[in-house]
Design a protein around this ligand. Sequence first.
Ligand SMILES: [Zn+2]
Length: 233
Amino acid sequence: MSSHFPRRTALRLAGTVPAVALGSVAFADAAQAAPPTGTVRVYWLRPTDVPYDQRYPDGITAVMRESQRYYRQELGVTFTLNDPVVEVVAGDHDASWYENTPNGGDRYWWVVFNMQQELMAKLGLNAPDRRWINVGEISAEKEGVSGGGGGGGWVILSGHDADGAAGLGGDMNRWYGGMVHELGHALGLPDSTYTDGTPMSASFYSYPNCHFNDQQKNGILNGPYGDFLSSTP
Ligand SMILES: [Zn+2]
């Protein structure tokens, strides 16, 4: 099992992010600095013991821009990114804390749920949040245990996806396909029930040779975040 292509993650992608019932506090200073609503906000959460590395915000930016291009290609409309695309968030804890602090009954989700809760508290976000689709990546992962997913207006991904975006995980198509898949969940789509050539199935591993079917296109456009997509971006 390669840490960059874990079978466990591939299988667990079949599940969407469970609902997270959390209160959130809106901080006035965070609201003032927030980008326009109706956009996709993207975060790289850097644990205290992970040195700053420009390859991460740059790489995650590239993954988001490719995903934006793909959605336009498939739907004729796409989502809007911000400037800068990626907001770098200095975490409160070291990587081990995010990996090992319990958060729900399934260790698979701990690292990304711990990230998500910190982002929500720091930035005054909700889950879901009608103001933005939120994408978080954290440079922490317990190998063979941690993973991520998407759903309810959020994508939450762990270390191997961040590394992949940064160019440290081989073929970029793996990371483009993965983001396109999870954004599909964030926009309201379920997994396909079989490998059907669409990015909502394991066919995303064949990115860019996968395409949304008509049912998925309608599901996105008529879904809870369909109004986030336009021909302008
Ligand atoms: Zn999935």
